[in-house]
Design a protein around this ligand. Structure first.
Ligand SMILES: [Zn+2]
Length: 316
C-alpha cells in the first residue's frame, strides 16, 4: 500500500499511573524503537489535541467537565477508577490519542494516505460516554467514528476490535445507533465482563465473539473469517477503524489467549481482504488503525510491526 502514515506524539512518554502499572510509557517507547529506521514508506505525523466538538461526539458534556475539573490543575495524577490514572499530562495524552484517530480519518478520507495508524497511548475502548475506566479516558475509536460522520458525512462506520478485552466503551457509544457497527473478539470471562454473544445492540449493529482462556490464534482467526468479518461486510461500512490491541498475544501478562505475532499479520490480512470486497460494494476503501492494549513490551512491538508490515504489503 502506498502513502501510509504513523501518527504519534511524545506526550505518550509521560507517566501518570503509579510505577509498575501495565499501561506505561515503555509501551510507546518499545513501539517507537521497533519502527524507527523501518517503515520508511510511512510518513510521520504529530497527533493533535482532540477538539471539544470531537470529544462531544462520544462523551457527555458533564463527563468532559468532570475530567477538566479533576485533572487540569493537579500536580499528582488522580485515580479516575481503580485502574485508571490521569493528571494534566495523562489527559493531554488521551486527548491526543483521540485527536490522532481523528487526524487519521482526515488523512484517509482526503486520500492523502491509503491507511493510517495512530500509535498513541492510553487506549480508549473501555471509556464510556460518561465514564473513564480500564486505563482509558477518552473513547478514541468512537470519537473518530462520530467525527467521520459529522465532518465528512460518512453514512456508516465500523470498528473492528481484536484486543483481548471487550471494548465496552465503544459498544456503549454505538449501542443505539444503527449507523455505527462494532465487531469484537475477546476473552471471556475477563475484564470488563461485557461482550456476550447475546449483546447485539439496538439494531443488531454489535457482534461479539467471546473466547475461553487458552483459545488458540487459529480459533480467533477462524472466528473473524467465518463470523465477524462477514457481518462487517453485510453492514457495508464507508470507513473501517481497527481497534488494534495486541494483548491477545500468548506472551501478554493480562490476557489468556494464545495468539502468536504472525497471527496478527494474518488477521490484518483478513481484515484488508474484507475491506477490498467491501470497497467493491461501497466504493470506499478507508482504513484507520489505532493502538489499544498490549502489555508484553517485545510482543507488543513485534505485533505492531507485523500489523504495519501487512498493511504495507497490500497493493493499493
Ligand atoms: Zn486490552
Amino acid at each position: 500500500m502506498k502513502n501510509l502514515s504513523i501518527i504519534s506524539h511524545e506526550i505518550a512518554l509521560y507517566q501518570d499511573a503509579p510505577k509498575g502499572h501495565p499501561e506505561c510509557p515503555e509501551r510507546y517507547e518499545a513501539i517507537k524503537t521497533k519502527i524507527e529506521g523501518n517503515f520508511k514508506n510511512w510518513s510521520r505525523l504529530q497527533a493533535p489535541l482532540a477538539t471539544r466538538e470531537q470529544l462531544l461526539g462520544a462523551h457527555t458534556k458533564t463527563f468532559l467537565e468532570y475530567i477538566d475539573e479533576t485533572t487540569s490543575e493537579v500536580l499528582n495524577p488522580v485515580g479516575l477508577d481503580p485502574d485508571t490514572w490521569a493528571g494534566k499530562s495523562g489527559v493531554e495524552a488521551a486527548s491526543r490519542a483521540a485527536g490522532g484517530a481523528c487526524l487519521a480519518v482526515d488523512k484517509v478520507i482526503e486520500k492523502d494516505v491509503g491507511a493510517a495508524f495512530s500509535a498513541m497511548r492510553p487506549p480508549g475502548h473501555h471509556a464510556e460516554p460518561d465514564k473513564a475506566m480500564g486505563f482509558c479516558v477518552y473513547s478514541s475509536a468512537a470519537v473518530a467514528a462520530r467525527y467521520a460522520q459529522e465532518k465528512w458525512g460518512l453514512e456508516r462506520v465500523a470498528v473492528l476490535d481484536f484486543d483481548v478485552h471487550h471494548g465496552n466503551g465503544t459498544q456503549a457509544c454505538f449501542w443505539d445507533d444503527p449507523s455505527l457497527f462494532y465487531a469484537s473478539s475477546h476473552q471471556m470471562p475477563l475484564f470488563p465482563g461485557t461482550g456476550k454473544k447475546s449483546e447485539t445492540g439496538a439494531s443488531n449493529n454489535i457482534v461479539n465473539l467471546p473466547f475461553s482462556q487458552g483459545a488458540l490464534g487459529l480459533d480467533v482467526l477462524e472466528g473473524w473469517k467465518n463470523y465477524l468479518l462477514p457481518s462487517v461486510l453485510d453492514f457495508k461500512p464507508n470507513l473501517i477503524i481497527i481497534s488494534a490491541g495486541f494483548d491477545a498475544h500468548k506472551a501478554d501478562p493480562l490476557g489468556g489467549l494464545m495468539m502468536a505475532t504472525e497471527d496478527f499479520a494474518t488477521l490484518t490480512g483478513l481484515i484488508l481482504e474484507m475491506a477490498h470486497r467491501n470497497a467493491d460494494n461501497t466504493g470506499s476503501f478507508h482504513i484507520v488503525s489505532i493502538l489499544e492494549g498490549g502489555y508484553n513490551l517485545s510482543a507488543l512491538a513485534d505485533s505492531v510491526a507485523s500489523h504495519l508490515g501487512t498493511i504495507e504489503s497490500f497493493d493499493v
